[in-house]
Design a protein around this ligand. Structure first.
Ligand code: SF4
Length: 452
């Protein structure tokens, strides 16, 4: 490693919480190496390994980085993380490779088959090294203001409010890696949001493994934290509240929904329900009922028409009967989410669900899993299109997020965190007022735009 100004590539996958961890790794590296450069893409990589070609994302870095950190996600299996590892190793076989993120035992075993040079580390270990190095570089390292705001998007501030969770869902390998809930102090979170807003962030994402149980270990909760931020951080920004297990939201739903009255909160809520059948929820050890979710969804949809309800559904869970599946379909049709992550069950080694699936009697054939996910996806797309159609003809404020999939287009977000496709290469962070002219299942479209 060229000690003067090393280049680090930190590549993250998965949920906002993991991208937040990636940014914290970047900040820790910068605190340890004040003259370093951090890029969030693998320089030169061109394929779908979550990498861009030589572009501003790699800050013009063309040469091999001095070290690569792969901050992986394996929540839906190891394939994506292994592909990223192979890409990085094939491109830079002599560059030190570190892996962090959700890397359970089975993934580590497969990764070691790609290369035995990889070093498994963690956010905590990198932080500990950073704190140790600060003793040698003194407060100056701490004062490195670049370390406070280093992030993937200049306009989006990801704030991890907690690590771990309070549950042990039978299908989940994340809790095997991340462990029990550890909430960060509200004062520190408010301070971080203040810094990010002062540094130009127009969007703040509060995130964690399960934001809904935030603070239960320190005598507070997500609603109190959100109110605290709104009271102490003025400014023209919007906050997206991270995903949460419905069983925890139920305990303070009114207080949380009260927060959504504030214009600075995106009218977007992500509550993974996983199944509409109480039998399946019980088998998943999801300690809530379908009715708990139904009531939360109804309250949110009624109080905030045109808002965005987001959820997750698993089909083909071991032992899922046709009737269980019909209950899931019915719950989807009754609660009408605009975002729904549908997953065909895949056993994660080391989980209780994997042991259940090993019992031939409970395993759902792949053909049935495919049939059920197709039925669910079709029903969901119809609902999403109808929900989005309610915005056609309306004018709304949006903030441009990134370039669109097609050249000459851009993607923005409106107050319900709906993606809005716009005509033109409009810089990220630009605020516009646009009229919605069309609706698709996964996006709103505006063919007109003008500066506010
Ligand atoms: S709440 Fe359940 S699904 Fe979510 S991280 Fe915890 S154990 Fe996994």
């Amino acid at each position: 490693m060229s000690t003067e100004s090393p280049v680090f590539a930190v590549i993250s996958q998965g949920c906002a919480a993991n991208f937040g961890d990636g940014e914290r790794i970047a900040r820790a590296l910068t605190a340890m190496h004040p003259n370093c450069q951090v890029v969030f893409r693998l320089p030169g990589a061109q394929d779908a390994a979550g990498c861009a070609s030589f572009s501003q994302d790699t800050c013009g870095v063309q040469d091999a980085p001095d070290a690569i950190y792969l901050n992986v996600c394996t929540v839906k299996g190891n394939a994506g993380a292994l592909k990223l590892l192979r890409t990085a190793f094939e491109m830079y076989p002599d560059v030190p490779l570190f892996i962090t993120g959700c890397a359970p035992k089975d993934f580590r075993e497969e990764a070691a088959k790609v290369t035995d040079k990889v070093v498994f580390t963690s956010l905590e270990k990198i932080f500990a090294a950073a704190i140790e190095s600060m003793d040698s570089i003194g407060p100056k390292g701490l004062q490195n203001d670049r370390s406070n705001v280093l992030r993937e998007s200049p306009f989006v501030g990801i704030v991890n409010i907690e690590e771990g969770c309070l549950d042990a869902c039978a299908f989940c390998s994340t809790h095997l890696v991340k462990g029990r809930l550890r909430s960060y102090a509200p004062e520190g979170i408010v301070e971080q949001v203040k810094c990010l807003v002062a540094d130009g962030c127009t969007e703040i994402q509060l995130t964690g493994q399960d934001c809904a149980c935030y603070g239960f270990d320190i005598g507070t909760n997500l609603a109190a934290l959100t109110q605290n931020i709104l009271a102490h951080v003025p400014g023209n920004y919007k906050m997206r509240i991270g995903m949460g297990n419905p069983r925890h939201v139920c305990g303070y739903a009114d207080a949380l929904l009260e927060c959504f009255q504030d214009n600075r909160i995106y009218k977007f809520i992500h509550i993974p329900v996983q199944s509409g059948s109480d039998n399946v929820l019980k088998a998943m050890n999801r300690r809530h009922t379908a009715e708990d979710f139904r009531q939360l969804a109804e309250e949110f949809n009624t109080r905030f028409p045109l808002s965005t309800l987001s959820t997750d559904l698993i089909v083909g869970y071991p032992g899922e009967t046709e009737n269980d599946f019909r209950e899931t379909l019915r719950l989807l049709e009754e609660t009408r989410p605009t975002v729904c992550n549908i997953t065909r069950f895949v056993a994660r080694p080391g989980t209780a669900a994997a042991r259940m699936e090993a019992d031939a009697g409970l395993r759902i054939p792949d053909s049935v899993k495919h049939e059920r996910s197709a039925i669910l996806a079709e029903a969901f797309q119809k609902i999403a299109r109808e929900n989005n159609a309610l915005w056609v003809g309306k004018t709304c404020d949006v903030v441009v997020e990134k370039p669109g999939h097609r050249a000459g287009t851009s993607i923005a977000r409106n107050e319900a965190y709906r993606p809005v496709a716009l005509v033109g290469d409009i810089p990220a962070g630009t605020k516009l007022q646009v009229r919605i002219t069309e609706a698709e299942p996964f996006a709103l479209i505006s063919d007109r735009s003008f500066d506010v």
